[in-house]
Design a protein. Structure first.
Length: 95
């Protein structure tokens, strides 16, 4: 299976294991990543910041999100963290 978005190309093998990922990140591009406290969301946030993008990382788990903020110091502070539960109207009104 292949997924092709504007600047993201991802390939999976028949067992749905990641086979290849290729993306282009422009300097000063701003990414908003939800679910960024763990798993794929966290990996994308760190990789995009390391490639030069400014990242706003959003997740419900504020403790794990805080740890991501500490890790962002290694990427020149390009990851801004914001705890938010998008299923909560009160949380989304902050946006």
């Amino acid at each position: 299976m292949t997924i092709q978005l504007t600047d993201l190309h991802v390939e999976f093998d028949q067992g749905f294991q990641l086979k290849h990922i290729n993306w282009q990140v422009e300097k000063q591009q701003h990414w908003l990543i939800t679910g960024a406290s763990a798993g794929l969301g966290r990996a994308l946030a760190v990789a995009a910041a390391a490639a030069g993008a400014r990242v706003t990382a959003v997740a419900r788990a504020s403790d794990r999100l805080a740890a991501l903020g500490v890790a962002s110091e290694r990427t020149a502070g390009r990851i801004e963290t914001m705890p938010c539960d998008f299923s909560s109207i009160a949380d989304t009104r902050r946006w």
